[in-house]
Design a protein around this ligand. Sequence first.
Ligand code: ADP
Ligand code: MG
Ligand code: MG
Length: 250
Amino acid sequence: MKGLQIEHLEAGLEAKIILTDLNLQVPAGEVHALMGPNGHGKSTLANILMGHPRYTVFKGTITLDDTALLDLDVSERARQGLFLAFQYPAEIPGVTVSKFLKRIADLRPNPPLNASAFLSELKQNLAFLDMDPSFVNRYLNDGFSGGEKKRMEILQLLTLQPRFAIFDETDSGLDVDALKIVAAGINRMRGPGFSALVITHYRRLLDLVKPDRVHILERGHIAASGGFELVELLEKDGYEGIRRLIGTTT
Ligand code: ADP
Ligand code: MG
Ligand code: MG
């Protein structure tokens, strides 16, 4: 089991409470989807998990395997193997993709043994993402197209090899090719030591990722959990359908 465990979380933005008694488990080896209406706290949860300094935890616990996350700052959480998909520097002048990825690889508990081991791993990842090897000599985010930014994000994921990853609407506005890259990256990471929370409004990513479980976050807590049938119900009847299913009304 282990993986990510959130218990009785009460948290929000600065002094404002947004999440109330939120309980969620993402066992090691599983990929879960998190859906829910806009403004109900999904991004708040992602930011709380990453340790964003503007967000406040009032009550509750979050553990990743045996580590209490709430005691750790952002960089300590990254070192513990947490990855937030939208979190990467906008542009770093003078730092190449290769240099940046090397730094990320060195954060791992099992960093590459030497420069040539790193480069051969990087080559494999580039081939997997169907990218030209010369990409790694470019400066970080300097003139990257939308598709290149997305590939860069997935390169970071494959390089960090995190224990837990959060994708916060990383599929919004993507064309089909970019969507396939994101899904392929997540699916490549799948395995006993990896779990993830995929926040999305759309079925099209979930059709490719095939989540082990689906949660609906509404009014600051997990209102329903189930299998892919929740995605189908949502597509058919919207959140009204989910409320009918669990017997709540607006
Ligand atoms: P979701 O990701 O589910 O759309 P959010 O976690 O972004 O929801 O937002 C939860 C609540 O926090 C909303 O009520 C929203 O109005 C509020 N909120 C989000 N960002 C800010 C902000 N920068 N300043 C003030 N309130 C915010
Ligand atoms: Mg939103
Ligand atoms: Mg959001």
